[in-house]
Design a protein around this ligand. Structure first.
Ligand SMILES: CCCCCCCCCCC/C=C/C(=O)SCCNC(=O)CCNC(=O)[C@H](O)C(C)(C)COP(=O)(O)OP(=O)(O)OC[C@H]1O[C@@H](n2cnc3c(N)ncnc32)[C@H](O)[C@@H]1OP(=O)(O)O
Length: 229
């Protein structure tokens, strides 16, 4: 898989060349197996291959990988651990569930909760964004399913995006369709990737894009024809 250039950088872990290639090669032989580190929390599984420096973080929170307080907390802890592991240079975030990358913020977290709990949840959403956006590692979203609203934010916050091509999968900040205004920093993250005009239209109409449509609008430089990638 090949990826395009980005405007961010400044970390020693970024490759010298601005064009970065990630090889997802055949299964390793025995000597390589010892270089693999796995860790699993209830909602997130992480596999780090120290020989390549690439970690794969898989979301495993059925039914839809919604971003609950628990999920976000586990996500931040997993990212921090990788951040502290000097053998890790890049992380691929993806889903272990069929058809869904992430359904976005957990709606149940925003209903009938105490002000304290709401505050804690909202802080965790912001923390996820800050940690992912500010990561020293190369971050890649392998979007193997639908990714509305907060799921889209997470993908946009990564340095690169690859999406599986399937007409049933949509990605976008569709909050308007839900009667919610996307927070300004959701909007800014989208502007940084696809520009003002596309963002304006997408947010006004609450659009969800298919992989080829999103590619045309420069959401990413690659998409994957397999339904699972
Ligand atoms: C306290 C906060 C203070 C701050 C206040 C400001 C708040 C502003 C927030 C603004 C930003 C908002 C960002 C968001 O991300 S809001 C969430 C937006 N996401 C959605 O609306 C997704 C809706 N879901 C879907 O479109 C589909 O479910 C999906 C395409 C993801 C999957 O479709 P599928 O047909 O496969 O599955 P189902 O629809 O049958 O769903 C299966 C079960 O999953 C539950 N579900 C779905 N989405 C969510 C979700 N986001 N949170 C929690 N639960 C979710 C769904 O209800 C089904 O459950 P049941 O099986 O129990 O019925």
């Amino acid at each position: 898989m090949g990826f395009g250039t980005v405007s961010r950088g400044g970390s020693s872990r970024w490759p010298d060349q601005r064009l970065c290639t990630v090889e997802m090669g055949p299964p390793c032989h025995t000597s390589c197996l010892s270089r693999r580190k796995s860790s699993s929390s209830p909602k997130i599984k992480v596999d780090l291959d120290s020989s390549t420096g690439i970690a794969v973080m898989k979301f495993q929170s059925p039914p839809v990988n919604s971003l609950s307080l628990d999920f976000l907390t586990e996500f931040c802890i997993s990212l921090e651990k990788l951040e502290m592991d000097r053998s890790c240079r890049g992380v691929v975030v993806t889903s272990a569930l069929p058809k869904i990358f992430s359904a976005g913020l957990d709606i149940m977290e925003m209903y009938g909760k105490s002000p304290e709990r709401c505050g804690e949840f909202w802080k965790a959403v912001q923390e996820m964004w800050l940690k992912l956006y500010g990561s020293n590692m190369v971050t890649i979203a392998a979007i193997n399913g639908s990714s509305p609203a907060g799921g889209c934010l997470m993908a946009l916050t990564c340095d690169y995006r690859i999406m599986a091509e399937n007409p049933r999968y949509g990605i976008g900040l569709n909050e308007t369709q839900l009667g919610i205004v996307a927070p300004f920093w959701f909007k800014d993250t989208m502007v940084n990737t696809v520009g003002h005009r596309t963002t304006e239209l997408a947010l006004e109409l609450g659009l969800l894009y298919s992989a080829p449509d999103a590619l045309r609008l420069a959401w990413w430089t690659s998409w994957c024809r397999r339904t699972r990638c």
